[in-house]
Design a protein around this ligand. Structure first.
Ligand SMILES: Cc1cc2nc3c(=O)[nH]c(=O)nc-3n(C[C@H](O)[C@H](O)[C@H](O)COP(=O)(O)OP(=O)(O)OC[C@H]3O[C@@H](n4cnc5c(N)ncnc54)[C@H](O)[C@@H]3O)c2cc1C
Ligand SMILES: *[C@@H]1O[C@H](CO)[C@@H](O)[C@H](O)[C@H]1NC(C)=O
Ligand SMILES: *[C@@H]1O[C@H](CO)[C@@H](O)[C@H](O)[C@H]1NC(C)=O
Ligand SMILES: *[C@@H]1O[C@H](CO)[C@@H](O)[C@H](O)[C@H]1NC(C)=O
Ligand SMILES: *[C@@H]1O[C@H](CO)[C@@H](O)[C@H](O)[C@H]1NC(C)=O
Length: 487
């Protein structure tokens, strides 16, 4: 009798003091790492409160969400626009009391010109007016211009994009209908998106019966602006690009990076800035992470929330993932004025707000857009290019250049259909890789969607392993029950 009650007491007693809470270590403080921390907290029961350590080699959080300050004004330097159906980032913005705003005009308007290196092959009308009626007439006139040039193919392009966006919305379904995915392949197949990663955008659009002119011009300028690449990117990356050129686009006022800052702040994370992880070693019961500061950390769960492609991160035992190249995008910010003569025009005001380009290896830039007009002859511009913009080149393109800032981004994967995906679980244990999903498409929202799945994957796998469960919870069946409710 006595033995029995002791047993019962042992089984149902609160956590003994020797039990240690597990530590989750996250490498990277971008939207991937920060939303992972957020979803881990949101989805785990109150009885499970792991320590979360986050490592960021930079002195600021946000990664590829970053701002640049040029002559005292701040602009997005990396990820800049969000789609109205990017529901996680919509929710983060609300949750964190951040303010959504319209992106700079040229990033969300029809005022553009298509430059082929010697002339504008297409130009929309641009009238700087704040009168809504005038704006409406202008945008209507531009729609007519576009229909005249590209015809019905425009509708086919729209329905191609919409169908992909609709499939993507499945990732917001509730836990009852949406499984936890162990691999990117499985995740994409479930939503009906996998096939789009197996073929190039060009192949997909030919099947969708888009005209060659629309593909060479409008579609190409969009994939070049969003991914710095041509129609050879996968159909899915292409559809995501096209979705990022529609209406209703938005950004976070003051900078998208604040989403990462806010999520980290709300998720009880021990943030280690200026600390780069150099090695991850699996030592039977845990991972040992060593940093450039000479520190060692012990983690039961480790999550890589950054692309591994250009990193000097040593894994022991080694891991093997498919080779992937990053596309580098050089973002150059200039305060000054473009040189109309370069474009064969006789006034700065005749240069479109967005100069986009077709695919031609001789073109020295991908696009030039006005971020802000200060007065008639004074602008702030953003230029994207595949190679650095030299001073000589800039002196050709600009007649006035007061300030120049250059950023070289390891921006997104170099897409190549058929895509081959790295696993979410790198070692079959508790080493996870959020950015395996980036071969499907690279956006702030897709990082959050991938992180949400990885958070569920961690919780479901961690609790199904009795040996690890005993670390922190009363009984494994208790734990499973609570998680079952949450997941
Ligand atoms: C120029 C440009 C324009 C873009 N435009 C858009 C857009 O308009 N809309 C959109 O949705 N997306 C856009 N993107 C893509 C978007 O920025 C990314 O998909 C997204 O921000 C990726 O977030 P992440 O958290 O996965 O990675 P990252 O933001 O890259 O975060 C990874 C973090 O990990 C850190 N890190 C790396 N290695 C280590 C280490 N060993 N130890 C510690 N820390 C480490 C890095 O410093 C970085 O802060 C754009 C990207 C670029 C470059
Ligand atoms: C966003 O938040 C609302 C309200 O909290 C919630 O109902 C909805 O499911 C959330 N959307 C996503 C994608 O998580
Ligand atoms: C994807 O392609 C395979 C093989 O080509 C085909 O059998 C399958 O039906 C396709 N799936 C979807 C969702 O289109
Ligand atoms: C961090 O969170 C606290 C509340 O938890 C809030 O008062 C504070 O403003 C937040 N700071 C930032 C930078 O988001
Ligand atoms: C990590 O640091 C520890 C403690 O300094 C050391 O014993 C170990 O060898 C290091 N691991 C690697 C892979 O360098």
């Amino acid at each position: 009798m006595r033995t029995l009650s002791i047993l019962i007491l042992l089984i149902f007693s609160p956590q003994p003091t020797f039990q240690q809470e597990p530590t989750v270590c996250i490498i990277g403080s971008g939207i991937g790492g920060s939303s992972l921390a957020h979803f881990l907290r949101q989805y785990s029961s109150k009885n499970w409160h792991p320590r979360i350590l986050m490592f960021e080699r930079n002195g600021v959080v946000g990664g590829r969400m970053a701002t640049v300050t040029i002559s005292g004004q701040t602009f997005e330097a990396g990820a800049s626009i969000l789609h109205p159906k990017n529901y996680h980032t919509v929710n983060f913005t609300k949750l964190l009391n951040l303010k959504p705003k319209d992106p700079p005009s040229s990033e969300d308007s029809t005022a553009f010109g298509i430059w082929d290196g010697s002339k504008f092959v297409f130009k929309t009308i641009s009238v700087s007016s704040t009168v809504p009626f005038v704006q409406k007439i202008v945008s209507l006139a531009n729609s007519v211009l576009m229909v005249l040039r590209y015809g019905l193919s425009l509708l086919r392009m729209e329905s191609f994009t919409e169908s992909a966006v609709d499939k993507f919305l499945k990732y917001y379904e509730s836990f009852e209908t949406r499984p936890v995915f162990e691999s990117v392949d499985e995740m994409l197949k479930w939503a009906g998106l996998f096939n789009l990663t197996a073929r190039s955008l060009e192949e997909e659009l030919i099947d969708a019966r888009l005209s060659p002119l629309l593909m060479q011009e409008l579609v190409t300028i969009i994939t070049r602006i969003n991914y710095g690449q041509s129609l050879s990117i996968s159909g899915l990356a292409g559809a995501v690009s096209l979705a990022g050129s529609g209406g209703g686009l938005w950004a976070v006022e003051g900078g998208n990076w604040q989403m990462a800052a806010g999520l980290i702040n709300c998720s009880d994370v021990a943030l280690h800035l200026h600390e780069e992880i150099e090695s991850i070693s699996y030592l039977r019961e845990y991972y040992e992470l060593n940093s450039t500061k000479g520190n060692s950390y012990t983690c039961q769960i480790t999550v890589v929330a950054t692309p591994l492609d250009e990193l000097n991160l040593h894994f022991s035992p080694p891991i093997s993932i498919p080779e992937r190249k990053l596309q580098h995008t050089h973002a150059t910010f200039v305060r000054g004025a473009l040189n109309p003569a370069y474009f064969g025009l006789d006034g700065v005001s005749k240069i479109p707000e967005l100069v986009a380009t077709i695919e031609d290896p001789d073109l020295p830039f991908t696009c030039i857009s006005v971020l802000k007009q200060h007065d008639e002859n004074d602008f702030t511009y953003k230029i994207f290019s595949r190679k650095p913009m030299t001073d000589t080149l800039l002196d050709d393109i600009f007649s006035v250049r007061k300030e120049t800032i250059r950023i070289n981004w390891g921006a997104y994967p170099h897409y190549k259909a058929p895509e081959v995906f790295a696993p979410f679980i790198l070692d079959g244990r508790h080493l996870y890789y959020v950015n395996a999903f980036e071969n499907a498409a690279s956006t702030m929202e897709t990082s959050a969607v991938a992180a949400e799945n990885v958070a569920r994957l961690i919780l479901s796998r961690f609790f199904s392993k009795p040996s690890v469960t005993s670390l922190n919870l009363k009984t494994s069946s208790d734990a499973r029950e609570e998680l079952h409710l949450d997941l």
